[in-house]
Design a protein around this ligand. Structure first.
Ligand code: M6R
Length: 614
């Protein structure tokens, strides 16, 4: 959940580190620090509590710090409060080893006790200081080289980490190791970079190596050597990043979130285009490597994910069950991984993740694989751990998503489910050819319909102004509308800090309706024709208890005018795909409420974009 960068080469390192960190701030932003070496002088460590700009001010954007080799870190605190002391880099007392770390060292207490017995003392509350001092201990005790000392440490610690280290005796060199936390290594002319994520180095290079789990690397200028735990050299292929650098910038928008909301028509179109031939209007599963025979033999589907990706799975469940008549169970990855899931031959486990690094989702994927179950990942980040470990991958083409609150990744995930559902339904002859064609045609209309909602967003701004003063907001819906409400509610609480709950409308009278009082805001989503009247009854129930009701439904469906307080209309679409449209007003409402409350939209408190710890 933190961001790491590193540079070694002919250029001044500190400005590169700070620029790289600015692209990783979404991963953590409570403190930041850099360690830079000028030739064979000792590293200079500079840190600041708070946003990266504090460190940038302290160092004149890095210009004031000489040296061509350095590492940097932006932190999301796990062990120890956010403070300058706990900020990375951490060091051994004589500066022999200096390092930054992303992840958690689970066994840090026992290691710390051992090191204290050996005469080490600790200044911070972090697990990272323990890790650095453990490497230092082996390095000195056995007078071994950095790679051997790191390997010895790696086999003795428990946890997840991406770590970058500099050794006093090895100027111009950076050593890295990885277990389950993301890290890439970029290479330029006579220079190399490390980063937790691609945007940090996109301005400098597109040539990258993916370091695997339990591997280490040594970077020295443009030379990168990989090692396994035995210290043997591992050969790796250089890969090219195809992302456009501009995609990771705000491009004139005030926030990444609103930019990413506006990128949805393009992201959805690209994701559809990756599987649908727009001339023949047929879906082709070849690119994700699933055969027709495999589809015919699926008995059950388990969708496993966290947060919004889980909500996308809830939408997917409704559509897949309806089209393909395969039983689908959607589960939170943090629950799935620990409940000894019963998986059988013929089951397919679909994991969904934007980052491809979410610790619980990755663990769930591994659990399924360990039981010999076929896995499919719907994932956005190319080369991420989940993408690399799943049997089959369906890449959503959302492009880099920077705002902590996901929007375009969620939208592409639900579209991915529609495509799987329609194709599975066709293959299993659960839908007719005519239905199949009609569904594909409807899916192809989504980008333009999303665009038209975005063209008309002023109404959401007005509504947000009213909602921004509230303490509790409820979301109500049935079926797919309920699935969208889950996402709308998470979006709102995540960035506005307003308490919010999503309820299946039929559940209200089983308890929650007691919370409805005069003026309580309720956002009701009504797109499912077969459930419309039922939902209207629930709206009337809350309205008669004084709720302030805002409805979201299709153009042409005007019967609620006069009953509810505000209506928002979206273009008509086949009900199965309504989530793609109804979620847009909910995203916009959250964005504008957060803005109206003067909050940091892209970097909400206590959160990070990529949850690589459980
Ligand atoms: O990277 P992932 O899709 O695996 O992340 C899962 C959740 O952490 C994520 O969707 C989270 O809920 C979002 N911040 C919600 O906007």
């Amino acid at each position: 959940m933190c961001g790491i960068v590193g540079y070694t080469g002919p250029k001044q390192a500190a400005p590169i580190l700070l620029e790289g960190l600015s692209k990783l701030e979404y991963r953590g932003y409570d403190s930041a620090g850099i360690a830079v070496r000028d030739k064979d002088k000792e590293p200079v460590i500079l840190k600041a509590k708070g946003r990266l700009k504090m460190l940038a001010e302290k160092t004149n954007n890095g210009e004031a710090v000489p040296g061509n080799c350095g590492i940097g870190h932006t932190r999301w605190a796990t062990h120890g409060e956010p403070s300058e002391l706990n900020a990375h880099p951490h060091k051994s007392d004589d500066l022999c080893v200096v390092g930054v770390h992303n992840g958690i060292i689970e066994s840090y207490i026992e290691i710390k006790e051992k090191l204290i017995r050996k005469g080490y003392s600790f200044q911070t509350q972090t697990d990272t200081e323990t890790l650095i001092k453990y490497v230092d201990y082996y390095y000195k005790k056995y007078k071994m080289g950095p790679i051997d000392a790191i390997a010895k440490t790696m086999v003795r610690i428990r946890g997840s980490y991406a770590v970058a280290l500099m050794f006093k005796d090895y100027p111009g060199e950076i050593y890295v190791a990885r277990k389950e936390s993301p890290m890439i290594i970029g290479v330029g002319e006579d220079e190399s970079y490390i980063a937790s994520d691609v945007p940090a180095i996109l301005n400098y290079t597109r040539q990258v190596y993916y370091i695997d789990n339990m591997e280490m690397a040594r970077l020295s200028g443009g030379e990168v050597t990989f090692y396994n735990l035995n210290g043997d050299v591992v050969e790796k292929e250089l890969k090219e990043i195809t992302w456009d650098a501009e995609a990771a910038e705000k491009g004139g928008y005030e926030h990444f979130m609103i930019k990413e909301i506006h990128e949805q028509p393009r992201a959805i179109k690209d994701t559809i285009g990756s599987l649908v031939n727009t001339d023949t209007k047929r879906i082709n599963l070849e690119s994700i490597g699933i055969t027709e025979d495999e589809v015919k033999n699926i008995n059950r589907i388990h969708v496993v994910a966290c947060g919004s990706a889980y909500h996308a799975g809830v939408v997917g469940q409704y559509v897949m069950e309806d089209f393909a008549r395969i039983p689908v169970r959607v589960e939170l990855a943090s629950e799935f991984r620990y409940r000894k899931p019963i998986l059988c031959k013929g089951d397919l486990v679909i994991v969904v993740s934007q980052s491809g690094e979410t610790a619980d989702t990755l663990a769930a994927l591994r659990e399924a694989k360990s039981q010999g179950i076929k896995t499919l990942a719907i994932v956005n980040v190319v080369g991420s751990s989940i993408a690399r470990e799943a049997d089959n991958v369906f890449y959503t083409l959302a492009g880099p998503e920077i705002a902590v609150a996901t929007t375009k990744a969620y939208s592409t995930q639900i579209v991915a489910f529609y495509l799987l559902a329609a194709e599975f339904g066709r293959i299993r002859t659960e839908i007719t050819e005519l239905q199949y064609q009609a569904y594909v045609n409807e899916i192809l209309t989504i980008p333009a319909k999303v665009e038209s909602i975005l063209d008309d967003k002023e109404q959401m701004q007005r509504l947000a102004a009213i909602l921004s003063a509230q303490d509790d907001i409820f979301f109500l819906g049935r079926g797919i509308d309920y699935a969208v409400c889950l996402e709308g509610s998470l979006k709102l609480k995540e960035i506005s800090y307003i308490h919010s709950e999503a309820y299946a409308a039929g559940e209200l009278k089983h308890g929650t309706i007691s919370l409805i009082d005069k003026g309580t805001p309720v956002i009701a989503v009504l797109t499912q024709n077969s459930l419309y009247e039922k939902s209207v009854s629930n709206i009337v129930e809350v309205k008669s208890r004084g709720a302030y009701v805002c409805g979201v439904t299709y153009y042409g469906s005007y019967s609620l005018e006069g009953t509810v307080d505000q209506m928002t209309y979206i273009p008509k679409i086949d009900d199965h795909f309504a989530a793609s449209l109804s979620v847009i007003p909910l995203q916009l409402i959250s964005y504008y409420v957060s803005l109206a409350r003067g909050l940091d939209v892209d970097k909400p408190r206590n959160l990070a974009k990529s949850v690589t710890v459980e």
